[in-house]
Design a protein around this ligand. Structure first.
Ligand SMILES: CC(C)(COP(=O)(O)OP(=O)(O)OC[C@H]1O[C@@H](n2cnc3c(N)ncnc32)[C@H](O)[C@@H]1OP(=O)(O)O)[C@@H](O)C(=O)NCCC(=O)NCCS
Length: 204
């Protein structure tokens, strides 16, 4: 993808990127999506890290985004450790061309150079191991309700940087699924009309 430029995002591009995220996630995990509102709220929260907010540009158009906000691991003893989570989306018209990989590699490299210890995600266990992600169980990290699942993975950013960081993973408050359907509907009205569909790929 020689014409794709990966760079950090500027605040005046936030709405365009929210639309890219809306297009990328639409109907994938549920009818419609809430990820565009999640990133909108995240950017106003202290857990947003502007240096870890990358966009992929095809000419003047933004076609993909990767954002790593802060997250926490809380040990059984109540000790808190800061790690990162990650959201990545590429316009359906631009998927399977390597853009997602370019974005993920870039955000990982930036997170590493900022000295962060690890990234914890829920994602496709067939896709993320190519970037070094392993089942979070290997690091003694569980979901917030104490589970380990195939899609729940962690990436160590430095040598043994997750050593001693064990416990339950908590995403940033602004990175949680949107529970207020009226708020989501009102926000969605600010974007082009789009029909929601039930599809077989949606996770239950
Ligand atoms: C997940 C997502 C970001 C991946 O983006 P992408 O740009 O399609 O990613 P890539 O192109 O790097 O890789 C996707 C596939 O295309 C393949 N691919 C990469 N370059 C390719 C090329 N030039 N030609 C053909 N295939 C290619 C990759 O090998 C990979 O294949 P595989 O999944 O069968 O192993 C994108 O599918 C998306 O936005 N999904 C919806 C939102 C989502 O679920 N996000 C992740 C959760 S946060």
């Amino acid at each position: 993808m020689e014409n794709i430029l990966i760079r950090t995002e500027t605040p005046r591009e936030y709405r365009e990127t929210e639309n890219v995220v809306r297009e990328a996630f639409w109907d994938v995990y549920k009818p419609g999506c809430d990820e565009h509102l999640i990133i909108h709220k995240l950017r106003q929260s202290p857990d947003f890290i502007a240096e870890l907010d990358f966009v992929a540009c095809d000419g003047d158009d933004i076609v993909g985004v990767a954002i790593c906000p802060k997250a926490k691991i809380i040990s059984d003893q109540g000790q808190e450790f800061t790690v990162l989570s990650m959201l990545v989306g590429v316009l359906p018209s631009h998927q399977k061309k390597g853009i997602g990989s370019m974005l993920i590699n870039r955000v990982i490299e930036a997170a590493r150079s900022l000295g962060h210890k690890g990234i914890v995600i829920f994602g496709d266990p067939k896709y993320y191991p190519r970037f070094g992600f392993r089942n979070a169980m290997d690091y003694g990290i569980q979901t917030s309700d104490g589970q380990n699942l195939d899609p729940f993975m962690a990436l160590e950013l430095g040598e043994n940087s997750l050593d001693g960081i064990r416990g339950r993973f908590h995403e940033a408050p602004a990175f949680q699924p949107i529970r207020d359907s009226a708020e989501l509907a009102a926000f969605d009205m600010q974007f082009p009309p789009k029909e929601k569909h039930v599809t077989d790929t949606q996770l239950k």
